[in-house]
Design a protein around this ligand. Structure first.
Ligand code: AHG
Ligand code: MN
Ligand code: MN
Length: 314
């Protein structure tokens, strides 16, 4: 079905859409569990406690009550799905091996509430999920079998790929997801750019690259939320997001397993590219669950230009 964006003639919901594709039943189960979890997360975001939880995550960052709650909601669903082997969350310091009855078919890595510090200022936030077949959680992002994000903005949308294109769904009044657009593609040049990190700490290659982007006439659009910023690049069918290596943090800020790999998978599936500046994100073999890397992601031509400037100027 090729629905024109926002103008689907008849609604097809997520579960039915997945059943019509030739994908594994257990993977459908898993994706539906995550979509169910998001109903509870969106409710907590709308009305929940904005305070700190008094605990820290694996990066030593203070956890908000919402981070902890979102993490719990997803973990619970995954543990009882019957199909998950290992779980790794940005908010939990270790790999969790599922002890509940399970065929251990998939392992799931996720950021339960990316951008949680934006909730108090009422900006958009999201959940990011990466799925592998089998038990290993430390492997190249290229091996993902599915990835998705859920964006909690004025509307709640889910962008999903299971290896054959990228599809967008929107939450309806019954809190189920309906297909909005099948096969989102990024054909055009970057119309928007989202530069993360302090500019005074950019390397000279990144500084030259950003000057190049500014001269293309692309518009600056940075919200500080990775999910909405990436969603804009994708839905506008062209753009460039970066969180580069900085003079005081050579690996940038964003986390390879929970943030970069799933987004790189989705953007590549849409015809875009994602690079550390030196190699495709999806080819990086992580050494530890808390690995970080710089990222330049979006329209292919602009990502290639970033690589060129970085190769020449660092
Ligand atoms: P998290 O809330 O999971 O810690 O991640 C926040 C991330 C991401 O959403 C965004 O792209 C980036 O941090 C923004 O960082 P700056 O505040 O340095 O711009
Ligand atoms: Mn995050
Ligand atoms: Mn987070």
């Amino acid at each position: 079905m090729n629905a024109e964006r926002g103008k689907t003639r008849f609604q097809i919901d997520l579960r039915r859409y997945l059943r019509e594709q030739s994908i594994d039943r257990d993977l459908i189960r898993l994706i539906c569990e995550i979509s169910d979890a998001s109903k509870y997360i969106i409710n907590s975001i709308r009305t929940g406690d904005l305070g700190v939880a008094g605990t820290s995550n694996l990066y030593g960052e203070k956890q908000l009550a919402l981070d902890v709650l979102s993490d719990r909601i997803i973990q619970k669903r995954l543990k009882f799905s019957g199909v998950v082997a290992n779980i790794v969350s940005e908010e939990t310091p270790e790999i969790i091996s599922v002890s509940e009855p399970s065929n251990r078919r998939y392992s799931v890595l996720f950021d339960p509430l990316d951008g949680s510090s934006l909730v108090d200022v009422n900006l958009a936030v999201g959940t990011i999920v990466s799925i592998y077949e089998g038990e290993s959680v430390l492997q190249a992002g290229r091996n993902q079998v599915a990835a998705l994000y859920i964006l909690y903005g004025p509307r709640t949308t889910m962008v999903l790929s299971f290896g054959s294109g990228v599809h967008e769904f929107a939450m309806n009044q019954l809190m189920d997801y309906d297909l909005v657009t099948e096969n989102l593609t990024m054909a055009g040049p970057a119309r928007v750019y989202s530069p993360g990190g302090m500019r005074s700490r950019y390397s000279s290659g990144t500084e030259k690259f950003i000057q190049y982007i500014e001269n293309t006439g692309a518009k600056l659009r940075y919200s500080g939320g990775f999910v909405p910023d990436i969603n804009q690049v994708l839905i506008k069918r062209g753009g460039l997001f970066m969180y580069p290596h900085l003079t005081d943090s050579p690996q940038g800020k964003l986390r390879t397993l929970f943030e970069l790999n799933p987004m790189a998978y989705l953007i590549e599936q849409a015809g875009g590219a994602a690079s550390t500046g030196r190699q495709p994100i999806l080819d990086v073999v992580p050494q530890a669950i808390d690995d970080r890397a710089p990222i330049f992601i979006g329209s292919k031509a602009e990502v290639a230009m970033a690589e060129k400037f970085i190769a020449e100027h660092g």
